[in-house]
Ligand binder design. Structure first.
Ligand SMILES: [Zn+2]
Length: 280
């Protein structure tokens, strides 16, 4: 696996790079039509970004950045910044995806945390479903490994399967419903939005909302996540007669409520809109 130097460990040989949907370089600025943000670019960063207005080979792009007089560190800073806002679209063949995964594992073993690609997905049922699946993939992979180990040790039996599969399904449904809750309010408000997924982090970026809609949007996610995970697990508990599932329902419900804490994203949004009282 070969990562390109100066790509912050994000770009690999054979990658095609372009800017994500909604992003445009214009008059020295990178504008994001999804949330209305305008990022001022210092020369020659503007020209470097214009090179990926159309899909470009990652190696050729980095060579051009060098030709524009950029140091390896500057190129890497630009790539990290683009990745933070989900601006990079990387098209990579499946075989290369697998070797990138292997490359990340090798980095982790060496004690280096790899930078994970931030994906910008459409704010649709499909985009939310893909986002929830990718964000939860490590949890699912880990629980499959644990299940196999338990079975190997002869500990596994019917209840383990029931808890793990219903728990996994409810977790996915709860995360999907949480983001869908935010998305439904955005759709109602007529606001643009996009799903951002990086590793196990999942969120939605969107334009400004007026106070009431902002509060509704921040509350709708945790509320929908709580309701769906409790309903799914409660229903499974009744059907299977497994009372442990009620405990799992309480844990997952609490997990969605935690996102309303001031330190969490939804909590911060809520506080920001709440603070506008009296000024509007
Ligand atoms: Zn949320």
């Amino acid at each position: 696996m070969v990562f390109w130097n100066s790509s912050a460990g994000l770009l690999a040989e054979g990658d095609l790079v372009s800017l994500s949907a909604g992003l445009r370089v214009e008059g020295g600025k990178l504008t994001d039509s999804v949330n209305g943000a305008g990022h001022q670019l210092m020369a020659p960063a503007d020209r470097a970004l214009m090179l990926v207005a159309m899909p470009a080979d990652a190696g050729v792009w980095l060579t051009h950045m060098r030709a524009l007089g950029m140091s390896q560190q500057q190129a890497s800073q630009i790539i990290s910044f683009l990745n933070r806002i989900g601006a990079l679209r990387i098209s990579r063949p499946l075989s290369a995806k697998l070797s990138v995964l292997g490359g990340h594992v090798a980095l982790l073993i060496n004690g280096t945390r790899p930078i994970l690609l931030t994906r910008r997905l459409p704010l649709s049922v499909f985009g939310l479903a893909i986002g929830a699946t990718l964000a939860l993939a490590p949890v699912f992979a880990a629980s499959i490994v644990v299940m196999l180990l338990l079975y190997g040790a002869g500990i596994g039996n019917g209840w383990l399967e029931t808890i793990a599969t219903t728990g996994g399904f409810a977790l996915w449904a709860g995360v999907f419903a949480h983001e869908a809750g935010h998305a439904i309010v955005l759709r109602y408000a007529g606001a643009e939005g996009a799903v951002l997924q990086q590793g196990m982090r999942l969120g939605i970026i969107h334009g400004l909302l007026e106070r009431k809609l902002g509060i509704a949007c921040a509350l709708a996610g945790p509320a929908a996540g709580l309701i769906i995970s409790v309903l799914a697990l409660g229903w499974a508990a009744i059907i299977t007669g497994r009372h442990e599932l009620w405990a799992l329902a309480a844990i997952m419900g609490a997990f969605h409520l935690l996102s309303l804490l001031p330190a969490s994203a939804d909590g911060q949004t809520l506080r920001r809109h709440w603070g506008k009282r009296g000024t509007q």
